[in-house]
Each structure stands twice: as structure tokens, then as C-alpha cells.
Design a protein around this ligand. Structure first.
Ligand SMILES: N[C@](CCCC[B-](O)(O)O)(CCN1CCC(O)CC1)C(=O)O
Ligand SMILES: [Mn+2]
Ligand SMILES: [Mn+2]
Length: 305
């Protein structure tokens, strides 16, 4: 089948400018060229254009709720259309609040989807538990049915009905989880692999257990939401919330090669590349190049030629 690339130049899920330039940085690193060498057509849908709403006062300590909610409603429609047209869809961020629209739009077409969240962070704070208020750290909380009674009615998000069960989610790469998030993960019994788990089990075993957890009862579409900050900051320094002790290049590529080999990848997010935060041009280029390698290997690029 074919691949659709969709840019989402958006930054209001957090406070550091520049992540809206992520899609351009990833494209400039040669994404479309690299994908065109794989064996299916690539459709570049270009970048969405998001409105910045004038009046958008914080709700509790959550900045820009209406702008973030509106952006995700637009993204949801775009992802739903791309998946509905039969494309394997790549969403380029932009900050990780965009996963709300990306996964919701995917689930409109494929309600049986499962979600693999590769990230240093759990992004499962509610507005009540979030230390920052930033919505890029709350994305998963909007998706889970089990958290419905823990979420306030955030302005701009009335269109989001929780659509995912905790058992349909697996985290890989966690190493910076807030206390409130830890309580939620434990209460809901979410399956997660921290960097310590990866050190103990090895990435091959982590992927075996992940697929057994998500796919053993029945095969179903995979949504991969890949935060570039899952990678070690030495490989992806140009990002908003870097955390030491991340995935090696080979661990990251093992994850995406194994997901490709299931034949079930349906939508992939690649988020949090912030070209303004690289200390040098090389730092920006290595971050964007890492993003291209991760996407290309999820779509079938192999190391054995
Ligand atoms: N959990 C954090 C970070 C979210 C990162 C979002 B991303 O999409 O990049 O995964 C807060 C993390 N917090 C930052 C300050 C530290 O001292 C403690 C951890 C939050 O603000 O919710
Ligand atoms: Mn992160
Ligand atoms: Mn994230």
C-alpha cells in the first residue's frame, strides 16, 4: 500500500518555541527522498495550517487549551481521511499534544487499534497532576476510558471522547515519570518498559513481550507514537525535554524494524524535534537525521540491504 506524510507544525502543547519547525527540519533531512527508495508510493500532503486563537486564557494552569484542542480536531480529520484513503500515515510534529488528534483520528477509522508509545515520558498527566500544565505531557490522559472521571471539561476538548483501554497501550523508553503519572500507570495496570527494564531484558525481549501483550489474542492495527526524546540526547539533542540515559541508535531501530515486520503499522507520529534547541547546526542535523532513520526503518528500510 501507499504512505502519506502529513506535517503538523504546532508548538502550543508546550512553552519552547521552535518545535513548530520540526516538520521542515525532518523534510530538509531528506525524509521524502529516503521513503521514495522503499517499494511503495509516497504522498506528501504538506503541512496543516493551524489557527492561533486570540482569546485563549489558561484553564487551571493549562496554557492555550482552545488552540491545542482546535489544532487536534483539525489533525484528527486529516489523519482519519489519510487512513480512510488506505495510506500508512506518518504525522510529523510538532509537540506531542498532537497525538491526541492523531490517535483519535486513527481510532475513528480503526477502533481496534493498539498504541505503542516510545518516549522518555509517559505523557499521561491530567490537568490536576501535571507539574507544568503543558498539554504535551497529558496527551494519553485524553484517550483513556479509565481516566474519564479524572479529567476536567477542558475548553477546546469537548469533541474528544475517550476511545482507548489501558490494556491496549504499551510504553517503551520511560525514564522521567512524574509522581501523579506513576500512580495512574499503577492504578490502571498499564504495561510499560522503562530504560531499566530494557537494560534488564534487552530490547528484543521487550518487543516480544510488547507484541504478545497487544497482538496475541488478535492482530490489529498499530499506532506508533514516537517521541524523539526517547532516543539518548547524544543522538537527538534538539528537543524540548531531553533526559539522559536514552535508547541507543540500535535499540531505537530494533523497535521500528520489529514494528515494520509485524506488517500492522497503520499510523506513526514522529514528534518533538525542535531545530531551535540544537546547540549547533550539526546537533539539529543529527536530530533530524535520527528522526528520518526511525521513520524509514518503521516503513521497511533494512540494515541488511
Ligand atoms: N512530565 C512533564 C514533561 C512532559 C514531556 C512531554 B513529551 O512530549 O516531551 O514527552 C514534566 C517533566 N518534569 C520536568 C521537570 C523535571 O524537574 C521533572 C520532570 C510534564 O510537563 O508533564
Ligand atoms: Mn518525551
Ligand atoms: Mn512525548
Amino acid at each position: 500500500h501507499s504512505v502519506a506524510v502529513l506535517g503538523a507544525p504546532f508548538s502550543k502543547g508546550q512553552k519552547r518555541g521552535g518545535v513548530e519547525n520540526g516538520p521542515k527540519a525532518i523534510r530538509d533531512a531528506g525524509l521524502i527522498e529516503r521513503l521514495s527508495h522503499l517499494d511503495y508510493p509516497v504522498h506528501d500532503f504538506g503541512d496543516l495550517s493551524f489557527q492561533h486563537l486570540e482569546k485563549d486564557e489558561p484553564y487551571m494552569h493549562v496554557p492555550f487549551p482552545r488552540t491545542v484542542g482546535r489544532a487536534n480536531k483539525l489533525l484528527s480529520g486529516a489523519v482519519s481521511n489519510a487512513v480512510g484513503a488506505g495510506h500508512t500515515t506518518i504525522m510529523l510534529g510538532g509537540d506531542h499534544s498532537l497525538a491526541i488528534g492523531s490517535v483519535e483520528g486513527h481510532a475513528k477509522q480503526r477502533p481496534d487499534l493498539c498504541l505503542i508509545w516510545v518516549d522518555a515520558h509517559a505523557d499521561i498527566n491530567t490537568p490536576f497532576t501535571s507539574p507544568s500544565g503543558n498539554l504535551h505531557g497529558q496527551s494519553v490522559a485524553f484517550m483513556l476510558k479509565e481516566l474519564q472521571n479524572k479529567m476536567p471539561e477542558l475548553p477546546g476538548f469537548s469533541w474528544v471522547k475517550p476511545f482507548l483501554s489501558a490494556k491496549d497501550l504499551v510504553y517503551i523508553g520511560l525514564r522521567d515519570v512524574d509522581p501523579g503519572e506513576y500512580d495512574i500507570l499503577k492504578d490502571l495496570g498499564v504495561q510499560y518498559f522503562t530504560m531499566r527494564d530494557i537494560d534488564r531484558l534487552g530490547i528484543q525481549r521487550v518487543m516480544e513481550v510488547t507484541f504478545d501483550h497487544l497482538l496475541s489474542r488478535k492482530q490489529r492495527p498499530i499506532h506508533l507514537s514516537f517521541d524523539i526524546d526517547a532516543m539518548d540526547p547524544s543522538l537527538a539533542p534538539a528537543t524540548g525535554t531531553p533526559v539522559n540515559g536514552g535508547l541507543t541508535y540500535r535499540e531505537g531501530i530494533w523497535i521500528t524494524e520489529e514494528i515494520h515486520n509485524t506488517g500492522l503499522l497503520s499510523v506513526m507520529d514522529l514528534v518533538e524535534v525542535n531545530p531551535d534547541l540544537g546547540a549547533s547546526r550539526e546537533a539539529v542535523e543529527s536530530t533530524a537525521s535520527m528522526a528520518v532513520d526511525v521513520i524509514a526503518s518503521a516503513l521497511g528500510q533494512t540494515r541488511e540491504g
